[in-house]
Design a protein around this ligand. Structure first.
Ligand code: SF4
Length: 376
């Protein structure tokens, strides 16, 4: 950080928030999770500052419930290897089916072969050439490396495969090991995969734009490949990620204007864990907890599968009796009623509605009347 930085500068403020630890790089999963709860100022600030939320949650005594089991990781790797075997032969079969294209031959580039430090530049060169030449045959790029600017940092991202010239467009291919059974998959797993694929779509569109091509050459239909019916036979499905793209764009734009969220917070507010010489946090837990509570969270049950701070925020919402605990749909329907106690008071008439709450109070009283009728 240069000495030229103004006091109150958002970049400087974010550095103060992060404290002494280096910024944590964003991966696609972390960026995708931003779209899961776009209204949460706490998360936007912590991610904008590159704070290690997992370390903070552990220090607070609320470690996150994430982390794939070694068994699941091995299974996922084996499935991906199967899909990509023999120059992605199985994948090509599925792409022909799902995109309905008569591609007889396909060029296959494994970008990983060029070495990690050159992968991004090599991916750029290949994508530029494909977009410029518009080859007739299909092309598959295995292990490409894309990048995306996140709140002043560059995040490097690795989609499973990028397929080009299938219908004249680039398609992101996402390989997941959760099963599709009788044509149905776990909706939350599909939603997570769609958010992650949307990050890659955004990154590839940004790359094309930088190279002077039309970013819309990247399709909003991503190809999701999963095992079918408990067997390991892969099946591909097209997933439209336009909605996820819109949320992500909004959230990323919001992260570049974090100054509004920083307004109203003390200049010296920090989430620093103050690691000691052995790397362990020395910050008193109560102090860190108080600092976090100065920011506004928007807890929803979905946080349990997307954010490292979920148990901390759930505990906070429980203590406050927040209506957020009841889920996003109920919270939105209760618009303006912040706590469960308040909702119950409006429903049984022991609380007068504040200005603007008349309509929701009427609905709650009706619901309460119906409940009583049913019970008696
Ligand atoms: S767990 Fe907390 S910080 Fe994370 S998104 Fe949910 S409310 Fe925000």
């Amino acid at each position: 950080m240069t000495g030229l930085m103004r006091e109150g500068d958002p970049v400087r403020r974010l550095e103060v928030l992060r404290g002494t630890t280096p910024p944590r790089p964003h991966d696609a999963r972390a960026i995708a999770a931003l779209a899961a709860n776009p209204g949460c100022a706490r998360r936007a600030l912590m991610d904008g500052a590159g704070i290690d939320k997992d370390a903070a949650a552990r220090h607070l005594g609320f470690p996150a419930p994430f982390g794939q089991s070694p068994f699941a990781i091995t299974r996922g790797n084996a499935f991906e290897a199967l899909v990509k075997a023999d120059g992605c032969a199985e994948l090509l079969r599925m792409l022909r089916e799902v995109l309905g294209l008569p591609i007889a031959e396909v060029a296959y580039h494994d970008v990983e072969n060029v070495g990690a430090h050159l992968r991004h530049a090599h991916t750029r060169a290949l994508i530029d050439r494909a977009a410029r030449d518009g080859q007739d045959a299909g092309t598959l790029y295995d292990h490409p490396l894309l990048s995306l600017g996140i709140a002043g940092h560059t995040a490097y991202l690795e989609p499973d495969v990028v397929a080009f010239q299938l219908g004249g467009r680039f398609h992101i291919v996402e390989i997941k090991s959760f099963a599709v059974i009788d044509g149905q998959a776990d909706p939350s797993a599909v939603a997570g995969a769609a958010r992650q694929a949307a990050v890659y779509v955004l990154a590839l569109r940004a790359m094309l734009e930088e190279l002077g091509h039309d970013p819309l050459m990247v399709s909003h239909d991503v190809v999701l490949v999963c095992p079918e019916n408990f067997a390991n036979r892969p099946v591909a499905t097209l997933v439209d990620v336009r909605r996820q793209l819109a949320v992500l764009r909004r959230q990323l734009a919001r992260m570049t204007t974090l100054d509004r969220l920083l307004d109203g917070l003390p200049d010296d507010l920090t989430f620093d864990l103050r690691p000691g010489e052995d790397g362990r946090p020395t910050r008193p837990v109560a102090e860190l907890s108080d600092a976090l509570r100065r920011t506004t969270a928007r807890y929803a049950p979905d946080c349990l599968s997307t954010c490292d701070l979920c148990f901390f925020c759930r505990d906070e919402a429980r203590q406050e009796g927040a209506s957020d605990l009841l889920g996003r749909q109920v919270r939105d329907e209760l618009g303006g009623v912040a706590s469960v106690d308040e909702a119950l008071g409006l429903a049984d008439g022991t609380r007068d509605p504040a200005e603007g709450q008349e309509e929701i109070a009427r609905l709650l009283r009706n619901a309460e009347r119906l409940r009583r009728e049913c019970l008696t």
